[in-house]
Design a protein around this ligand. Structure first.
Ligand code: ATP
Length: 504
């Protein structure tokens, strides 16, 4: 993870926001290369999901919407995380990410240990339990440590559980619910009626505009509305780089289906598979993607099923993409709160004599965080290997094996030397013609091997070198493949077609 974060900073993918003021937790800037990769992720999603299908249309709704939307959706009342404060260190934890266990020796509780959620936290807790036993000089058999969420602690246990920050009990408070929505005020009056929210998800933007799309488009059930945009959550513990931030982007699809009981399971499975296959099509190995099916007792009352596609992040397996069957909950809520009918008139069902033909559609919602996808793509692409240098000796390199559709630069053009005007001019001409179609880099500085390495590190799939032979002999260039490092000689006039073939 550290290597990735360093690369992101060094090569201009991601910077800490407000760095000159000491940074601002949970906010990030995407630098010159990061913005390209992020745009490519969003463009590819849009191409494949909206342009590439007959049954999905797009939408770009506003970020700040009527506050009643968030009451209808349940966010005002319930979009909160349990938070716990440590009085002494002033550190703040999410209570569902803080775990504790009594330390028991021969049936007696001798104290408590606590750990923050992470891979290997059981081992860490056991080690802490052993240390406590030694410190208190207690003899006997240590019982296996069984961790529980801090949200499950009894009131009389709060004072006994040590804070992970200080290692001492007595400073952790009882959990409190903390609403994650950022508030703002709209209009000149600063009273309670002016309170509005920055959207914590893009999905409600789709539901509140659903009627407009139905009334103006020629959509037929089943159909989807897709949206890409910013979302804001005042996360208690932003962490793991861009995995959990306070300002992020989502790519969400609401796929509307009929309410028949037999319709949703197939649609649900279809979208889980679609999402998985899409990740694989972008070069993410299937072995790094898992399915975490939420158990029935953890589902919200309206949900028929939720599956998270997880990814093997450097800090452990975590949610990347949530796919939820939300029934007709959202549209029904908006119908109730707005007083406007959300019913869909299904002409096809009417003609087929199928009831109901007027109904509130049900919905399948695949919801993906752009920033999490960014991190997943980088994690999967990052590699350190060894390739022969100009002298044929093995040399270490860092390479981002990004899919060509995602790579910030699709190719880089290099004149072999910079002091031969004829050669530079030829290379520049090629560069100018290719950049009309793609984002292409131009690099004249340093030995050619070093220029290759620089491009490998930022994931440029192809390096194109114009050399003496190009101008003196064959009018061809050398194209080097990032992954295999193999080189091919291609006639100048054939370069664009050669690239087009490989950049699809
Ligand atoms: P978590 O349990 O991790 O807080 P969630 O279940 O609340 O996430 P959803 O509300 O399902 O997340 O959001 C849908 C998607 O949006 C997530 O799968 C994730 O990719 C992305 N996402 C959610 N919160 C954040 C965040 N704070 N930073 C970056 N991406 C996020």
């Amino acid at each position: 993870m550290e290597a990735l974060v360093t690369l992101c900073k060094r090569r201009g993918f991601i910077f800490q926001s407000s760095e000159i003021y000491g940074g601002y937790a949970g906010f990030f800037d995407f630098g010159p290369l990061g913005v390209e990769l992020k745009r490519n992720l969003k463009d590819v999603w849009w191409q494949d999901l909206v342009h590439g299908r007959d049954d999905v249309v797009g939408l770009d709704s506003s970020i700040i919407m009527h506050p009643e939307i968030w009451r209808a959706s349940g966010h005002v009342g319930g979009f909160s995380d349990p938070m716990v404060d440590c009085k002494e260190s002033k550190k703040r934890y999410r209570a569902d990410q803080l775990f504790f266990a009594p330390v028991r020796v021969d049936g007696e509780t001798i104290g408590y240990v606590s750990v923050e959620e992470k891979d290997g936290m059981e081992a860490e807790a056991t080690e802490k339990a052993q240390t406590l036993k030694r410190k208190l000089s207690v003899q006997g058999e240590l019982e296996p440590v069984v961790l529980r969420e801090y949200t499950e602690a009894r009131e009389d246990e709060y004072a006994l559980i040590p804070s992970p920050a200080t290692g001492k009990p007595g400073s952790l408070m009882a959990p409190r619910q903390f609403n994650l929505m950022f508030e703002t005020k709209v209009g000149p009056l600063a009273d309670a009626s002016a309170v509005a929210y920055l959207r914590p998800e893009t999905a409600q933007g789709i539901f509140q505009s659903y009627k407009n799309v139905v009334d103006t488009g020629r959509v037929k059930i089943p159909f989807g509305i897709a949206q890409v945009g910013k979302a804001f959550r005042n996360e208690i513990t932003p962490r793991n780089f861009i995995f959990r931030s306070r300002e992020f982007e989502q790519m969400e699809l609401e796929y509307f289906i009929d309410p028949d009981e037999e319709t949703w399971p197939a649609a649900y499975r279809y979208w889980i598979d679609w999402c998985k296959n899409w990740l694989v099509s972008l070069g993410i190995p299937a072995s790094m993607v898992g399915e975490d099916v939420h158990p029935a007792e953890k589902l919200s009352h309206y949900s028929k099923g939720t599956t998270d596609l997880t990814f093997e992040f450097p800090f452990g397996r975590q949610e990347l993409w949530g796919i939820a069957c939300r029934g007709d909950f959202d549209l029904s809520q908006h119908q109730k709160h707005s007083g406007k009918s959300m019913e869909f008139f299904d002409e096809m069902r009417k003609q087929a004599g199928k009831e109901p033909f007027r109904y509130i559609p049900h919905v399948i919602e695949p919801s993906l965080g752009v920033d999490r996808l960014f991190l997943a793509v980088l994690t999967a692409a990052y590699q350190e290997d060894s390739v022969p240098n100009e002298k044929g000796e093995p040399e270490k390199r860092t390479v981002l094996r990004l899919h060509p559709r995602l790579a910030p630069f699709k190719a880089a053009v290099f004149p072999l030397v910079k002091n031969k005007p004829e050669l530079v001019e030829k290379a520049r001409g090629l560069y100018e013609s290719l950049r009309r179609r793609w984002n292409i880099d131009w690099d004249v500085a340093g030995a050619i091997g070093r220029r290759y390495r620089r491009q490998d590190e930022i994931g440029t799939p192809f390096g194109i070198t114009v050399d003496f032979e190009t101008i003196e002999k064959d009018g061809a260039v050398t194209i080097r493949d990032r992954d295999t490092t193999q080189q091919e000689r291609i006639p100048l006039e054939g370069v664009e077609a050669w690239l087009a073939e490989r950049l699809r």
